[in-house]
Write a protein that binds this ligand. Structure first.
Ligand code: FE
Length: 346
């Protein structure tokens, strides 16, 4: 099978997971020639299912700060937004994440699937139907919790107050009206009540820094008060993080963003060592990680829409919800969230 044929058959499986019906319409959103092979394959896969499909190609976004979120090729392009609202499923190949246009499409009931990872990563981390149940289990745990605490051997001890905002649920397919998801993913995350994070996060050597796409060579310590980072200590990498954050000239960049744990057992921590030109779902969805992050909470209904967003996956952490152990030293201890083939039969 050629790579293009493999792509069509895998994307057809994905569209089936997204419950695409023959009477529906798929819009594939592209910009320039980036991921032109994905666009072609999604259009072919949609046709095989019998659905209508079209590609909407936009000029590149006006450039924001390097790696910043929220400014997309759809920004201020009203006709394009209205056009996409009429589709049932939008395949986002341009990264609409954290944009108000994405929220507008979701509110109109459009399902949105973001696809930006290299094909070998998508193949390896490709979702299973059963992932949904495991991620929804995590979602319910977070929904019912009032307090989340994370610790690690390096000295992390941080507490989040929860309950004000909805939960971010990513299982890798957009199968319900208004649902946004990301191929591949597999994790759930919460964001704290306004101002409700206190403590210290010590990222350890080997933990991951996005969007820098690199592993930490030394520890970095974040001191957190009232939901904001008040101090960043460490060596060279702490300096680099501070410098990057300062470049946004936005005090809201220092807010604490989403927190949760990964459930994709097909994700590989070491993958960045071989290809750093990735979005980084391996680190973000890694089974048993804790995904700490800084910046916006607008995706979860908050008012902070700063374009400065750092995702900081940490290994070997322990995570508690209202005192109950959920992740122990980087391993998920709740049966219902373990990989389906390693769950005890009940
Ligand atoms: Fe994030």
């Amino acid at each position: 099978m050629s790579v293009q044929d493999e792509m069509i058959s895998l994307f057809k499986k994905e569209l089936e997971l997204c419950k695409l019906k023959p009477n529906e319409t798929v819009a594939v959103l592209t910009s320039g020639e980036i991921r032109a092979d994905y666009a072609k394959a999604f259009l072919a896969a949609a046709s095989q299912i019998g659905a209508n499909a079209f590609e909407l190609k936009l000029p590149q976004a006006a450039r924001g700060n390097e790696g910043s979120f929220g400014i997309t090729p759809l920004t201020d392009n009203r006709v394009a937004v209205e056009c996409l609202k009429k589709a049932d499923l939008v395949i986002d190949l341009v990264l609409l994440l954290f944009s108000k246009e994405q929220l507008e499409l979701q509110e109109a009931g459009v399902r949105i699937l973001m696809v930006v990872e290299p094909f070998d990563v998508i193949q390896r981390m490709f979702p299973k139907e059963s992932d949904k149940k495991r991620v929804l289990f995590a979602t319910d745990l977070l929904k019912n919790a009032k307090e989340l605490r994370v610790t690690n051997q390096a000295g992390t001890d941080v507490t989040y107050q929860l309950g004000q905002y909805p939960i971010l649920t990513e299982y890798g397919f957009a199968d319900e009206p208004g649902r946004w998801d990301h191929l591949p993913s597999c994790f759930a995350a919460a964001t704290s009540n306004d101002g409700g994070v206190e403590g210290v996060v010590v990222m350890d050597k080997g933990d991951i820094l996005f969007p820098f796409n690199r592993y930490l060579q030394e520890q970095v310590t974040f001191t957190i008060k009232d939901g904001f980072v008040t101090n960043i200590d460490g060596g060279f990498e702490a300096m680099l993080i501070k410098d990057y954050m300062e470049s946004f000239n936005d005090s809201r960049a220092y807010a604490i963003s989403h927190i949760g744990w990964g459930l994709n057992e097909r994700a590989q921590w070491h993958s960045l060592a071989f290809d750093d030109q990735v979005f980084g779902m391996d680190g973000r969805a890694f089974y048993g990680n804790v995904l700490f992050s800084l910046g916006p909470n607008s995706e979860l209904g908050g008012s902070n829409d700063t374009p400065c967003h750092l995702d900081l996956p940490m290994k070997n952490c322990s995570l508690y919800l209202d005192g109950r152990l959920i992740v122990k030293d980087g391993d998920v201890v709740i049966e219902e969230m373990k990989p389906i083939d390693s769950q005890l039969t009940r």
